[in-house]
Design a protein around this ligand. Structure first.
Ligand SMILES: [Zn+2]
Length: 161
């Protein structure tokens, strides 16, 4: 699930109603998009990453620098690019930036091609933040639409009984 990669996702767990939960998720994304723009926001999502322990080439620092956040279960080497939404499963000797470039040539982060954030122009920053916000809101809105459709279906079934 997309939101599981966000470090503060527990904020949305309190809501039991699926629609309220989806709305909370949208608000959560709004609060965290700016944070995820930076490698310092993405790196903490890889807490106790599988390949960091064994001293492999594909480290959490390299993954975060290449635009990725942790995705999926703790013991799996999966990561997601929040700019293009690509989920990838990495091998210990992978170079995350090379993999990102070869699998996602259309990704806005890949197209800008500047791993060092201090070299970003204002236009680069706006372009990347815009990609993040658009992607995360689209994801959350789709989830909300699914929840509402499910509710309507359930209500329709109850009314027809
Ligand atoms: Zn990407």
């Amino acid at each position: 699930m997309f939101r599981s990669v966000r470090p503060k996702a527990q904020q949305t767990k309190g809501a039991k109603d699926p629609v309220l939960k989806s709305i909370a998720t949208i608000k959560h994304y709004e609060q965290n998009d700016f944070e995820m723009l930076s490698v310092n926001g993405r790196l903490p999502t890889f807490k106790k990453f599988l390949y960091d322990r064994s001293g492999e080439k594909c480290t959490s620092a390299k993954l975060a620098t290449a635009g990725f956040c942790k995705h999926g279960k703790k013991d799996e080497p999966d990561a997601i690019c929040l700019f293009c939404g690509k989920v990838m499963s990495f091998d210990p000797d992978d170079d995350p930036w090379e993999e990102h470039q070869s699998h996602c040539p259309q990704c806005p982060f890949v197209q800008i091609g500047k791993l060092d954030e201090t070299t970003w122009t204002v236009d680069d920053t706006i372009h990347l933040l815009s990609a993040l916000v658009t992607r995360s809101k689209k994801e959350a809105t789709l989830q909300l639409t699914r929840e509402l459709s499910s509710m309507i279906e359930t209500m329709t079934q109850k009314l027809s009984l």
